[in-house]
Design a protein around this ligand. Structure first.
Ligand code: AMP
Length: 279
């Protein structure tokens, strides 16, 4: 496996490996990341992974400095699953003129939900994706449904920029008890970890109710809200709504595919979960 740290190392690898399958990550890899890589390997090799904690998507006061990192461990995992190359740029390599967010005006849906909870978040992601996509010129890119709004952003960006890139969205990978895997789960105390399972439990209970015929979004949202509020550790809900799966517009009666999005603020991390419901 090639380890590429500079633009010139990246360019030289790309010149022999044009339009690779590419998976951007912030590192501290877990099984959900590795699953994206397995899917990429099955579809189209060579596979390139990036490890880069992107400062542009962190707001002042967020967890940039303490975001979990384990470069050595990540490299070992990547070697074990046999990806072809890993790109590990420094902040100076990625942002030679200083950290920037995009000045492209994003569609309104990206200033809502996570864009409202974390102002500038999607502008920071857009900037790094543009830089990565233009350096790498991937043929295929792989993203996880866990970051649902981000998957819509990537799809929008590829169309907006007219990049010849196929975007693949992979299902949420969960721990045995259902909790969506996340690098930030490492922050959870034992008590929080035990309570965190309520989030996925609640999401799946909503799915059961939906499948039993409930189509009133407010009824389903209220059910999950009450379920989470039964435990003080999951009672601080930053966002919980059912939205149209494509436009993220509000929905009252479910007649088209929707997504239930939930963001719960634990002591340290904010945990995300979602599920798509198709009538
Ligand atoms: P991150 O390192 O958190 O930026 O994640 C890198 C990629 O892995 C993103 O496309 C995430 O959506 C995806 N990912 C992270 N956790 C999960 C998960 N539990 N299930 C599916 N995809 C995930």
């Amino acid at each position: 496996m090639k380890i590429l740290r500079t633009d010139s190392q990246l360019h030289s690898w790309i010149s022999d490996n044009k339009n690779p399958s590419f998976i951007p990550t912030m590192g501290f890899l877990h099984n959900a990341h590795l699953e994206l890589m397995r899917q990429a390997q099955q579809l189209q090799k060579p596979v390139l992974v990036s490890l880069f904690v992107n400062p542009a998507q962190f707001a002042p006061g967020e967890d940039l400095e303490v975001y979990p990192r384990d470069e050595e461990g990540d490299i070992e995992k990547l070697k074990t699953i046999g990806v072809d190359a890993v790109y590990i740029p420094s902040v100076a390599e990625m942002y030679p003129d200083g950290v920037q967010k995009t000045d492209i005006e994003l569609p309104k849906m990206f200033s809502e939900i996570e864009g409202e909870i974390r102002p500038g978040f999607f502008e920071g992601i857009t900037e790094v994706l543009i830089r990565l996509f233009e350096k790498i010129e991937p043929g295929n890119v792989f993203f996880g449904q866990k970051d649902y709004q981000q998957t819509l952003l990537v799809q929008w960006l590829v169309l907006y920029k007219n990049y010849p890139i196929q975007v693949h969205i992979c299902p949420i990978v969960r721990e045995k008890d259902g909790l969506a895997m996340s690098s930030r789960n490492a922050y959870l105390s034992d008590a929080e970890r035990q309570s965190a399972v309520r989030i996925s439990e609640g999401v799946f209970l909503v799915k059961d109710r939906f499948e039993a015929g409930e189509r009133n979004a407010t009824v389903l949202e209220s059910f999950l809200e009450e379920y989470l509020q039964k435990d003080p550790l999951t009672s601080q809900i930053d966002f919980l709504e059912i939205r149209d799966a494509k436009s993220l517009k509000r929905v009252k009666k479910i007649t088209e595919p929707v997504v239930l999005l939930v963001y719960v603020k634990m002591e340290t991390p904010r945990l995300l979960d979602n599920i798509v419901l198709i009538p």
